[in-house]
Design a protein around this ligand. Sequence first.
Ligand code: URA
Length: 173
Amino acid sequence: MWRTRTRGVPGEGNPSASIVLIGEGPGRQEDETGRPFVGRAGRLLDELLAHAGLRRADVYITNVIKDRAATATTPRRDRPPAPAEVAACLPWLRAQLALIRPRIVVTLGRHSLEVMLPGARIAGVHGRPQHRGALTILPLYHPSYALRNPGARPVLFRDAAALRGLVDERPRG
Ligand code: URA
């Protein structure tokens, strides 16, 4: 993994939150600040949360990988995490979930979806809550995807609205 800083981006938010959002991995601005989702994708994520009636303070936000995935030859461009990077970071994500014990996990993009629901395809499950015992997983497209593909933006907002209903639901199990 090529790094611009060494502290990593573990995640931030309310450690007692009933909702955890999981992105892919920090980008350049996140790497520089040590905070998740503070760049353009983060601003869109804030809008999505507001659309669902939530604020950052209500949730915990983290990523599948905790360090920026870029390459020395293209330092301005992020790349998808390699399987070995995901595997190396997975114990940390699992520990975060075990400590926070959320009722709802929102996956942002296909990498976090693969971690939470191996084999699921985002095109088939986005916006549709998946119940696993007491845990509900809401798969969403990644905000960066909607920034690259403006046509996906309304879909993302519609899917995020499902979160509002889930928050109001009685705990399962
Ligand atoms: N994209 C992510 O997946 N995570 C971040 O923290 C920022 C952008």
